[in-house]
Write a protein that binds this ligand. Structure first.
Ligand code: ADP
Length: 921
């Protein structure tokens, strides 16, 4: 079943599916129903990290070094878990400046330098093309293997290899077509490639499913689970070494350098920068990716060791390459469908990587290599009559084809050479050279173009010398004398034991020396001179990206430009229709009618430049804008001054914000105070009206009785005396009312005099009861006292307390029935004070009135008989007195069964201390 036509057909169907998904994704994007607004798709697209090097290679590495395949996945996991803020900052910078590639990023940061962009592009192309070649080789090898079915013949010995290589040539061409169709739809590279990203996410899912399928099949189908495999392994001492050898191959330094390297690869590989930063539509997606992507890596690694060990057991001594186990294990079991699935998984891993890497590299090559040359030498760009958008698209498409063909060529030339097999880590080491310029650029204002150029060059040269050239030598393309004897026979210059450094594996060795050179040169050359105006500007834009640096750019442009010139310029690169639309939208956003503004301001110039940057890179965009705008160059002093002002402005606006927050708080406070005042005012009015009201009643009676006496001189003596008695008692009540009102007002306003001293509460109570004994006698009521001796003292005003007691006692007696009344006065010890209760067997107080009676002038219930003598102020005053001394006054009552008034008072402080001493003793 696995003949050439079938394999070709299946491959074509699969790639056709990719086209369909990408087309669908783009269509949805055009309808504004973006697929990649989905964080899962973003996370999956990041899994383009896993190439065939993972899909086939992990098992190969595990078969040699046990779990030595792991660090390459630990690095990215650590980055996503711990250093996602780096990605976040990159995303902000890229969005704010319409950056399209890692070359553009570095060029833009160091003053929009063409040279720097070019250098980064060269390093990336040199480092990545062999990596693309490796993918094509993997596809070829897998095709060749399939074609040897049902035999298993290793590709390098197989007659089918040339057919397979041809097939992969056509696959490369189809991928070029795919990349052209979905990667260059728009010129403006900041337009997201939604269809492509959707296709990549699909590929990530396919390769994961395929790998899990074969893993599960080997582990549970061919063997009896993990345990079974390990049992078999234990029987063979040689394999046992594999399963237990922890960090083999380079030891711990090897592991460490691989983790560092792969962490940087995740950030700086052009394809990772493309999917994670350039194609990101929403920063929030990072959150999902932060766990989903590491989870993906975990899943795709779960079965690596079982497959490797299973393969070693199964093919012991048959010369089957461990890199092919994923495919050869199902083949050996005649599992044709699974074999095909695995093949498709490998194909996904290869094509996904190739597509994204090609887009990224072609953007760089176009914007950072070809455009600058065009602008400088041909002066094509300055020929105003030309619409350059077609030319540009042509260049980019050409670049895609050239890059893919170069990849293919390298694969055909390198064949089985070491230089190709080892390219994964060699590539990683190349892009790791971007790290100092990238990270330094985002966090250090002092980094300059010279520093970045020197660092990148030094790192790159050391990388080439210690890793690339040796790999050529090992492939037999260079004489290997310089490997063993050193350049010019100088021992110290042996590329993989540079300056006598031994004990590292070649990757750790390269990483050490290249970083030393790179970082040293970057920092050293940066410190040689202060940043120029352009560098300082860009440094601020990058370093402050997470603050609001967007405002700095326009502040730093001074000159004159016509709006029409700018629009024409943009139109030449993006097409007239799109330029028109963008400018109109911009005008609307800023609330300016089109045509009102013939002279462009700094902000508009900035806008035009950023539009161009999206299409041709920031360095070229700057040159182009300079060609139509008369810019007055700023000196570094002026720039620093403006930046200073900008940062002062930021501080100032933060200060303002703080002030305004304080102001709001103060306003709120004022509002509250005002409300309180109004409330108090209302209370005062209430009191005034009730006081006058209360005063009127006795006054009216007094006046009525006096008039009666005056008008009827012949009134009976008995009546006369009765009326006079009433007049006196009403006058007394009036006096009481006035006194109590004044008293309460004094207490409430805090003007009352308090003579606090330590008191024996028992004495106070006895004194009060004695003072009211006459009242009780009149009512023939029984008073019972329960007052223990030797209770602690309390702190209060004696006269005031007597006032409280008199009020409670007289209230009680007032409501007692004649002859049947009983009042019980009790004193009790509490933990923190004393409690006094006055209980009567009068009518009691209804629950709904139990709070009311403590309000001023409130007399409730059936108290008509007693009312004239009361004022309704006794309880409010008593409560305030008790509360003044830190106690509480309340009533408990069941209507019909009497009322019990209770109040508490805390111990006097000294007494408290004394008690504490007693307790301690
Ligand atoms: P007054 O001067 O009218 O006694 P108070 O503030 O002392 O004013 O009492 C308010 C109201 O609480 C009284 O008018 C009465 O309705 C009720 N009250 C007070 N003590 C008792 C009690 N022991 N039994 C029943 N009602 C009481």
């Amino acid at each position: 079943m696995l003949e050439a036509p079938v394999v070709i057909a299946i491959s074509l169907i699969y790639i056709g599916l990719l086209f369909a998904v990408a087309w669908w994704g783009d269509k949805r994007a055009d309808q504004k129903r973006s697929l990649i607004a989905n964080p899962t798709i973003y996370a999956l697209s990041m899994a383009v990290y896993c190439t065939t090097w993972t899909f086939y290679g992990s098992v190969g590495r595990a078969a040699v070094s046990g779990i030595g395949f792991l660090p390459v996945y630990l690095g990215p996991t650590l980055v996503m878990a711990l250093c996602w803020f780096l990605l976040l900052k990159m995303i902000r910078i890229v969005k704010a400046n319409r950056i399209t590639s890692i070359a553009d990023f570095i060029s833009s940061r160091y003053g929009k330098s063409h040279v720097l962009g070019g250098l980064v592009t060269v390093i990336a192309v040199l480092g990545i093309i062999p990596y693309i070649a490796l993918q094509l080789k993997a596809v070829s090898s897998s095709v060749s293997l399939l074609l040897s079915y049902p035999e298993i013949v290793m590709p390098n010995r197989s007659a089918t290899m040339s057919v397979a290589a041809d097939i992969s040539f056509y696959i490369a061409l189809i991928l070029a077509a795919f990349t052209i169709v979905f990667g260059t739809r728009h010129l403006d590279a900041t337009e997201r490639h939604e269809g492509m990203v959707a296709a990549i996410a699909l590929e990530s899912s396919v390769k994961l499913v395929a790998f899990l399928a074969v893993g599960a099949y080997v582990t549970y189908g061919m063997y009896d689970g993990f345990g079974d495999i390990f049992e078999h392994i234990n029987a063979s001492p040689e394999l046992q070494r594999l399963a237990t050898a922890i960090p083999s191959g380079g030891g711990y330094t090897g592991w460490f350098s691989l983790i560092v390297l792969s962490a940087m690869a995740l950030l700086f590989l052009p394809r990772q920068f493309q999917v994670a930063v350039v194609e990101n539509v929403n920063e929030a997606h990072l959150k999902r990716a932060a766990w989903l992507f590491p989870l993906y890596l975990l899943l795709i690694n779960v079965f690596v060791l079982p497959i490797a060990l299973g393969g070693l057991l199964h093919f012991a001594g048959q010369g089957v390459d461990a890199d092919t186990f994923v495919l050869t294990l199902p083949m050996s079991q005649r599992q044709e469908c699974l074999t095909l699935l695995v093949f498709i998984g490998g194909l996904s891993a290869a094509t996904g990587m190739v597509i994204v890497e090609t887009i990224a590299l072609s953007t760089m090559a176009c914007n950072d290599l070809v455009m600058p040359l065009l602008i400088r030498h041909k002066r094509v760009a300055l020929d105003e009559s030309r619409d350059l958008s077609r030319l540009l698209l042509g260049i980019r498409r050409g670049a895609i084809v050239v890059i893919l063909l170069l990849g293919y060529l390298y694969f055909r030339l390198a064949g089985e050479a070491y230089a190709l097999v080892a390219i994964g880590l060699i590539s990683f080491s190349a892009v790791a050279q971007f790290a100092p310029a990238m990270i330094g650029g985002m966090y250090w204002r002092g980094g300059t173009r010279d520093g970045a150029l020197a660092g990148l060059s030094a790192g790159f040269l050391v990388w080439a010398y210690t890793l690339l050239l040796p790999s050529f030598a090992k492939s037999g393309w260079l004489p290997d004398d310089f490997l063993t004897q050193g350049l010019f026979g100088i021992e110290l210059l042996r590329p993989q034991q540079l300056f006598g450094l031994t004990g590292f594996d070649e990757i750790a060795h390269c990483l050490f020396w290249s970083f030393l050179a790179n970082i040293g040169a970057y920092v050293g050359f940066s410190l040689l001179r202060p940043p120029t105006a352009a560098e300082a500007t860009q440094a601020t834009v990058f370093v402050d990206a997470l603050k609001d640096a967007g405002s700095v750019g326009p502040a730093l442009w001074r000159g004159r430009a016509q709006v029409s010139d700018l629009q024409e310029l943009v139109a030449r690169f993006l097409g007239p229709a799109r330029a028109q639309a963008l400018f109109t939208a911009y005008a609307r956003r800023r609330g300016v009618a089109r045509g009102v503004m013939p002279e462009a301001d700094a902000q508009l110039v900035q806008f035009a430049e950023s539009l161009l940057a999206g299409a041709i890179g920031s360095a070229s965009a700057r040159v182009m804008v300079a060609s139509v705008a008369k810019e007055e160059p700023l000196s570094i002093d002026e720039v620093m001054h403006i930046l200073d002002e900008a940062s002062q402005l930021r501080t100032y606006s933060r200060e303002l914000e703080r002030k305004s927050r304080e102001l709001t708080a103060a306003t709120l406070d004022l509002q509250e105070a005002n409300e309180r005042l109004q409330e108090l005012d209302r209370v005062k009015d209430d009191i005034m009206s009730s006081v006058t009201h209360e005063l009127r009643t006795p006054l009216t009676s007094i006046r009525a009785f006096s008039e009666l006496l005056r008008d009827d001189p012949r009134m009976h003596l008995a009546d006369r005396e009765r009326f006079l008695g009433l007049i006196v008692s009403e006058a007394e009540r009036l006096t009481r009312l006035i006194n109590q009102t004044l008293d309460l007002a004094k207490i409430e306003s805090g003007r009352a005099d308090w003579n606090g001293c330590e008191l024996n509460l028992k004495e106070v109570i006895e004194q009060s009861v004695a003072a009211t004994s006459q009242l009780f006698r009149e009512k023939e009521a029984h008073v019972e006292l329960d007052l223990p001796d030797n209770l602690p003292l309390i702190l209060a005003d004696r006269d005031r307390l007597i006032q409280v007691m008199l009020n409670l006692l007289s209230n009680a007696v007032k409501f007692l029935a004649q002859g049947r009344g009983r009042v019980k006065v009790m004193l009790r010890l509490l933990t923190d004070g004393l409690e006094v209760s006055v209980a009567d067997n009068g009518p009691g107080i209804r629950p709904e009135d139990q709070q009311l009676i403590f309000e001023k002038f409130r007399q409730v219930g059936d108290t008509m008989t007693a009312k004239p003598s009361g004022t309704g102020l006794g309880l409010p005053i008593s409560r305030r007195i008790v509360e003044h001394f830190g106690g509480k006054l309340w009533v408990e009552s069941v209507p019909g069964e009497g009322a019990t008034f209770r109040f508490t008072l805390p111990f006097a402080p000294i007494q408290e201390q004394a008690l504490a001493q007693v307790a301690a003793a």
